[in-house]
Design a protein around this ligand. Structure first.
Ligand SMILES: NC(=O)c1ccc[n+]([C@@H]2O[C@H](COP(=O)([O-])OP(=O)(O)OC[C@H]3O[C@@H](n4cnc5c(N)ncnc54)[C@H](OP(=O)(O)O)[C@@H]3O)[C@@H](O)[C@H]2O)c1
Length: 246
């Protein structure tokens, strides 16, 4: 039997590496993408050495239409599961006075991931099966003053994934939305994260594999406590919420 294949869009990411390790440990072959393939070579070697599975790297920049076309041309065969982990936290304060930076945050977290997943969805519909996974964020559940450029882009991405799931459910293609909560990675380096609500990348890898390939969940929080935290945050009336320093 031929091995199933996972495509990780954002193959240099710490969360992407953990997910690739988890899938490879379950016998999947792996394709990683990276803006600069050399940057993903170390992750590819890591996954290959640990698992003995086939791992290759393809170039892809989510902000470039030409790069998207190239990836779609080179992606043969179509992977069984595609996971988009691309994201840019960016600098909210800088984005408030630098439209180019604000645009990068919005496009890298929403437009780019949405367009590549939409293109891959069309191919999975033709084949009649597949799984698409988007790594979104709890930051998209309610906009906060300290990171609303990132948060609003993730909100757009979550809504996109919800609509995609609704459209693809009758066509045999599953869509999973992942809301990781805090995770200790390169993206959050230097931030003070409370340990009880902070996951490590390996935990995210295990949760994603289970939800995408075994229990076929629709939306997951990696640590369940985040469901409660976000329920409380969404219940705060706007007239109070707008006065809080968040
Ligand atoms: N860490 C957390 O606490 C946390 C919490 C919630 C959600 N998330 C989400 O989880 C995902 C993975 O994040 P992480 O923590 O693993 O951070 P990370 O290591 O910084 O990964 C971010 C990834 O996005 C890629 N990327 C950025 N711009 C790109 C572009 N234009 N084209 C292609 N790839 C691009 C980066 O590639 P380069 O190496 O080329 O820059 C990198 O692979 C992100 O979507 C993030 O928003 C993280």
């Amino acid at each position: 039997m031929t091995a199933r294949t996972l495509l990780v869009i954002g193959g240099t990411s710490d969360i992407g590496l953990a997910i690739a390790r988890e899938y490879a440990a379950h016998g999947w072959d792996i394709v990683l993408t990276a803006r600069n393939p050399d940057d993903a070579a170390r992750n590819a070697a890591d996954v290959q050495t640990r698992s003995g599975r086939a791992v290759r790297v393809l170039p892809f920049d989510v902000l470039s239409a030409a790069s998207r076309d190239e990836l779609l041309t080179n992606l043969e065969p179509l992977p069984d599961t595609v996971i988009c982990v691309v994201g840019v936290l960016g600098d909210q304060a800088r984005g408030e006075s630098d439209p180019a930076h604000a645009s990068e945050i919005i496009r890298a977290n929403f437009e780019g991931p949405a367009l590549i997943l939409d293109a891959l969805a069309a191919r999975m519909i033709t084949r009649g099966n597949g799984t698409l996974v988007g790594i979104s964020s709890v930051a998209g559940v309610r906009g906060r003053g300290s990171n609303y450029l990132y948060g609003s882009a993730k909100a757009g991405f979550s809504a996109f994934l919800s609509g995609l799931r609704n459209r693809l459910a009758p066509k045999g293609v599953h869509v999973l939305t992942v809301l990781p909560g805090f995770v200790r990675t390169r993206m959050t380096e230097g931030l003070k994260l409370p340990p009880p609500i902070t996951a490590n990348p390996a935990e995210v890898g295990r949760a994603v594999f289970r939800a995408a390939e075994i229990s076929r969940r629709n939306v997951i929080y990696v640590r369940a406590v985040w469901r409660l935290i976000m329920a409380i945050i969404t219940a705060i009336p706007e007239r109070i919420f707008k006065t809080l320093k968040l």
